[in-house]
Design a binder for this molecule. Structure first.
Ligand code: C2G
Length: 129
């Protein structure tokens, strides 16, 4: 049983989010997703997500490729989360390339290419216009 873990905000869920979760799931037998909390977003990005954390978690948990979700409350707790969920693989988008290499003593670290031309910010901008 190979467990893969990934993290993200997954705000205004779009196909780029879906694609990375599907690719992450295909690396093993079980996918666990840490959905970052509203408070974490406010502290790191200076604004609250459009969708509150319980709605973002419900959307991610409902996906066929996702086996378990939890609330990611701090970026500094990543190693604790990897150990708690017994992650064999950590998968992240390549906007995080290099930043998690320090965890390769605990698990395999994989970076996926982001899906081009889509982001939460781009969706919000499109709706605004
Ligand atoms: N992603 C992607 N393609 C896109 C947009 C996003 O592959 N077009 C990926 C990102 O690379 C990331 C995941 O989808 O791996 C979630 O993206 P965000 O919601 O933007 O997550 P972020 O706020 O970067 O994560 O510990 C990390 C934190 O939880 C924050």
């Amino acid at each position: 049983m190979i467990t893969t873990i990934t993290f993200g905000t997954f705000d205004v869920f779009h196909v780029g989010h879906l694609r990375i979760l599907e690719r992450a799931r295909a690396l093993g037998d079980r996918l666990v997703v840490g959905v970052s909390s509203d408070a974490l977003n406010i502290s790191k990005k200076g604004r609250a997500p459009v969708y509150p954390q319980h709605e973002r978690m419900a959307i991610v948990a409902a996906l066929r490729c996702v086996d378990e979700v939890f609330l990611e409350e701090s970026l500094e707790l990543k190693r604790d989360y990897l150990l708690r969920y017994r992650a064999d693989v950590l998968a992240m988008g390549d906007d995080w390339r290099g930043q998690f290499d320090g965890f390769s003593d605990t698990c395999r670290v994989v970076y996926f290419e982001r899906t081009p031309a889509i982001s939460t910010t781009a969706v919000i901008e499109k709706i605004r216009l």
